[in-house]
Ligand binder design. Structure first.
Ligand SMILES: NC(=O)c1ccc[n+]([C@@H]2O[C@H](COP(=O)([O-])OP(=O)(O)OC[C@H]3O[C@@H](n4cnc5c(N)ncnc54)[C@H](OP(=O)(O)O)[C@@H]3O)[C@@H](O)[C@H]2O)c1
Length: 443
């Protein structure tokens, strides 16, 4: 592994293909024999630092159409929070189901799960049939794993019946020194970014792109008012940028003055601090309070000069969904990709049908959408929102930061990279955007 790292650091990428692939590597895992460890605890009390381990695991065999990547950096996504607390289900069920598909897929069904759905690194080896990528290429990987054998996914790859999120529903994820991906997941690493900056937008930026911009999602247009929940978080920090970049008007919802400030620094003007304004959409566990929906809607109108949101960018789920349906504009769209606070949503359907609103489900991004989202990063139109970077051994703490909502934007992890700031190729483009690239740092 050291020889591979030395070659990358010495910029001897043309030698990478001739170096031996290590038989094992260090990886962040959860273990199948630990799935019961948090029994009886509340979600918030389940601590990823107890379930995530860094251990040496065997390097998987490379299959056709695949690539083995030396991972310089990765990032924490909320799916690693779910995996590490074994909610809503332990991910080993996903691996077993995948393993039943074919002898090649059987490699993924192991008593440990190497997690992580983002990476920036260097291609080490490619499998049979891979033409577009070669050892030594500097890459990022999106997390859509599909088989593409069914016509269902041929128009929109997210509709493939064998669609999986790499590093969550498959093994050999990105929080490790090596990762196994399908070669179709690879995309060029944005040249003006360091490894850790390049690794952090992938999953959330692609998801926000489909959810908000793509015609498969809300299809935002110029002038649209977009209510963005968690506007300084992983998804939200990209939704806010995409809204501004596409000529929309974001109304950013956050929960602290610091988060409000970072939204202002991204260029947003309309901001609601949900904690300071004390919205309580639920009276108790069973009943919502429509007067709070109304108070929230009135506040949005006060900020926008009377406009309701054309689009509500939803992911908190149960806690906010009733309010989201209520405040959306007549004919507007509530586009949802998650249910962080609970997946049994309750809303008053009269406000949906009488006002001709639509609820649209969205999940990650198809190949093309992920490529377009990465292109925006590479062109310096959308910027990474990296706030803090941990070492691989500290992945438990990094995941706990996201679990406890103590973070801003994205939390990065150095895998093989010995320090931050390496891997930049285009310093002129970087210089042009340096303030935006560093906006979330240390806040
Ligand atoms: N389907 C997909 O493809 C996909 C892709 C990415 C993520 N997701 C899911 O989307 C969710 C968010 O992911 P993320 O990366 O954005 O996480 P994140 O970085 O934790 O950001 C989420 C933000 O949502 C806000 N929030 C959390 N709970 C809330 C609540 N009860 N009410 C209102 N706001 C709340 C918080 O912001 P404030 O406290 O500042 O309001 C938080 O910072 C997760 O459940 C994740 O699994 C799904």
């Amino acid at each position: 592994m050291q020889k591979i790292l030395d070659a990358i650091l010495a910029d001897e990428l043309d030698t990478i293909g001739s170096l031996d692939v290590p038989q094992s590597y260090r990886a962040v895992t959860v273990r199948a024999d630990a799935v019961g460890m948090f029994a009886g605890l509340d979600t918030k009390e389940k601590d990823p630092r107890r379930s995530l381990h860094v251990e040496e695991v065997p390097t998987p065999e490379l299959g056709p159409g695949e690539a083995l990547v030396a991972v310089m950096a990765s990032a924490i996504n909320y799916n690693t929070v779910w995996t590490s607390i074994f909610e809503p289900l332990p991910t080993f069920g996903f691996l077993q189901r995948y393993g039943r598909m074919s002898p090649l897929a059987k490699r993924h069904d192991l008593p440990y799960h190497v997690v992580g759905s983002d990476l920036a690194g260097v291609v080490l080896r490619t499998g049979d049939g891979v033409q577009a990528w070669h050892a030594g290429d500097e890459v990022v990987a999106h997390c859509l794993s599909v088989e593409l054998e069914s016509p269902d996914g041929h128009d929109d790859t997210m509709l493939d019946p064998e669609q999986r999120i790499w590093g969550f529903e498959t093994n050999f994820g990105g929080l490790a020194e090596l990762a196994l991906v399908k070669a179709n997941q690879l995309m060029p690493k944005p040249a003006h970014l360091s490894w850790e900056e390049a690794a952090c937008p992938g999953l959330v930026n692609s998801t926000a792109y489909r959810q908000l911009v793509s015609r498969n999602g809300a299809g935002m247009k110029q002038g649209d008012t977009v209510l963005v929940w968690g506007a300084s978080g992983g998804l939200g920090s990209y939704a806010t940028q995409l809204t501004l970049g596409g000529g929309g008007i974001p109304v950013c919802v956050v929960s602290s003055p610091e988060k409000a400030e970072i939204c202002r620094r991204m260029g947003a003007e309309l901001i609601i601090d949900r904690a300071a304004e004390g919205y309580r959409f639920w009276k108790d566990e069973h009943e919502q309070d429509p007067s709070e929906w109304k108070r929230f809607g009135a506040r949005i109108r006060e900020l926008t000069g009377g406009d309701d949101p054309d689009i509500v960018f939803e992911h908190p789920g149960r806690e906010t969904f009733g309010a989201s349906v209520y405040v959306a504009k007549r004919g507007g769209i509530i586009v949802t990709c998650a249910s962080t606070s609970g997946y049994q949503h309750v809303y008053d359907n009269r406000y949906l049908w009488m006002h001709l609103k639509r609820i649209v489900g969205s999940h990650f991004a198809n190949y093309r959408e992920a490529w377009e989202a990465n292109r925006l990063i590479a062109k310096g139109r959308i910027h990474p929102t990296l706030s803090r970077v941990y070492r691989l051994e500290q992945t438990g703490q990094a995941t706990q930061d996201v679990h406890s909502n103590a973070h801003q934007g994205k939390v990065g992890v150095l895998c093989l990279a010995p320090e931050e700031g390496l891997g930049v190729r285009d310093s002129i483009l970087r210089q042009r955007h340096s303030e935006a690239i560093n906006r979330f740092r240390g806040v």
